[in-house]
Design a protein around this ligand. Structure first.
Ligand SMILES: Nc1ncnc2c1ncn2[C@@H]1O[C@H](COP(=O)(O)OP(=O)(O)OP(=O)(O)O)[C@@H](O)[C@H]1O
Ligand SMILES: Cc1ncc(C[n+]2csc(CCOP(=O)(O)O)c2C)c(N)n1
Ligand SMILES: [Mg+2]
Length: 365
């Protein structure tokens, strides 16, 4: 694919070329983490999303099969969590190449599939999520996994990207940049990237690997934020904080300030920041794979943090990182370029925005 085609340009083309039917039961269509549909379920609406993982692009071909099963579902449940939805059903598409992934030469594909489904199923059971169908094909290309995930939300209560208002505070869950750090370490270990100025214990290395390979979708937090009545807009951070916050701002026709000293960083990221602040900032801001929630809410949310997070794991802890500074009158365009919508501050001083706000397929490298 030539480098001048942009991912969001292509999505625009898809919208423009899809005549489709003007159905009145589509409550929220293309442009958010998931669609919201009036499925005739009484006082609930359906929420629908699809995410694809491609070997070599989204994961290393030799990735542990159980972890891959977990991640394939987790990235989808994360999109449902971002709407405040409760996951319910899903369909799995598998495109399996003839050549097995490294380490699976002897029993491909049965043993690999058993491990993959084990990882997927363990996460599915924790979320009371049922696989109800799918498709299995061979391919001359790389291994590819795609899940369509459905969920439910009380009618009219889904949290989309539109809705940020001036004076709202911006919060993120957990810590940012851990998965991106693990990815950089993995590239370095494979001789495909520079070594990092960071010494890690075996436990820290394993923890970072889990942040990359086994992200926890923040379903319970998403639902509690929805029920708080204080959250105005939400997205999950898959492409990078700046890109996904940018989507919220574009959809809301709003502007924001992000205070870099407030970014929640894990101990390894803090140590990296001491040695190479620019790299640590890049990992936390614009490399993605975090599967954290970014939520824009009334400042009153600060008074409800204890009950919102009660009993939830550290990855659900919320940190305020900035504020919505302005909003226009227009309804907003969720696919608009968000570059002019965010200003970064470090200790009160403006800092330039990086050229790349987040991961983009087909971006020139
Ligand atoms: N081929 C396509 N056909 C129809 N809609 C699409 C297509 N590709 C993307 N979209 C829609 O465009 C919007 C943006 O897609 P994107 O994959 O960036 O979603 P996201 O939630 O930001 O990312 P992620 O899935 O990584 O969380 C979504 O609403 C998505 O459903
Ligand atoms: C081998 C390897 N290379 C790169 C990455 C990083 N990566 C790929 S896609 C993506 C954004 C989300 O994808 P999408 O927008 O398709 O949902 C990120 C952060 C990785 N995890 N593994
Ligand atoms: Mg998303």
């Amino acid at each position: 694919m030539s480098s001048h085609v942009s991912e969001f340009g292509l999505i625009r083309d898809i919208i423009a070329r899809h005549a489709g039917a003007a159905r009145t039961d589509v409550r929220l269509g293309i442009g958010d983490d998931a669609a919201v549909l009036d499925g005739g379920c009484g006082d609930e609406e359906l929420v629908a999303t699809m995410d694809t993982l491609v070997a070599g692009r989204h994961f290393f071909a030799d990735m542990d099969a159980a972890a891959l099963g977990h991640k394939a579902l987790a990235v989808n449940l994360s999109d449902l969590a971002a709407m405040g939805a409760t996951p319910t059903w899903g369909l799995l598409s598998l495109a399996l190449p003839d050549a097995p992934p490294p380490g699976h030469e002897r029993h491909w594909p049965a043993a690999w599939l058993a491990a993959f489904m084990g990882g997927l199923d363990a996460l599915a059971r924790r979320h009371d999520f049922a696989l109800v169908g799918g498709d299995t094909v061979g391919t001359d290309g790389p291994l590819q996994l795609s899940i369509t995930a459905l969920g439910r939300v009380p009618a009219g209560r889904a949290l989309g990207r539109r809705g940020a208002r001036p004076g709202d505070w911006i919060w993120v869950s957990g810590t940012l940049g851990d998965a991106a750090l693990a990815l950089h370490l993995a590239f370095a270990e494979r001789g495909r990237g520079p070594d990092l100025p960071l010494a890690l214990s075996a436990a820290e290395r394993a923890w970072l690997q889990a942040r990359l390979e086994r992200p926890e979708p923040q379903v319970a937090l998403g639902r509690r934020l929805r029920d708080s009545g204080l959250a105005h807009a939400m997205a999950d951070i898959s492409d990078g904080l700046l890109a996904d916050l940018g989507h919220i701002l574009a959809a809301s026709d709003a502007r924001a300030r992000v205070d870099l000293e407030h970014l929640p960083l894990s101990t390894p990221l803090r140590r990296l920041a001491a040695a190479d602040p620019a790299l640590a900032r890049q990992l936390a801001l614009s490399e993605g794979d975090d599967y954290a929630l970014c939520v824009v809410a009334a400042p009153a949310l600060a008074a409800h943090l204890a009950e919102l997070q009660d009993g939830l794991p550290p990855a659900a802890r919320l940190t305020c990182i900035g504020e919505i500074t302005a909003a226009g009158e227009a309804p907003g365009d969720p696919l608009a370029d968000p570059h002019s919508l965010i200003t970064l501050h470090a200790d009160g001083h403006p800092v330039p925005l990086p050229a790349r706000l987040g991961h983009e397929h087909f971006a020139a490298s």
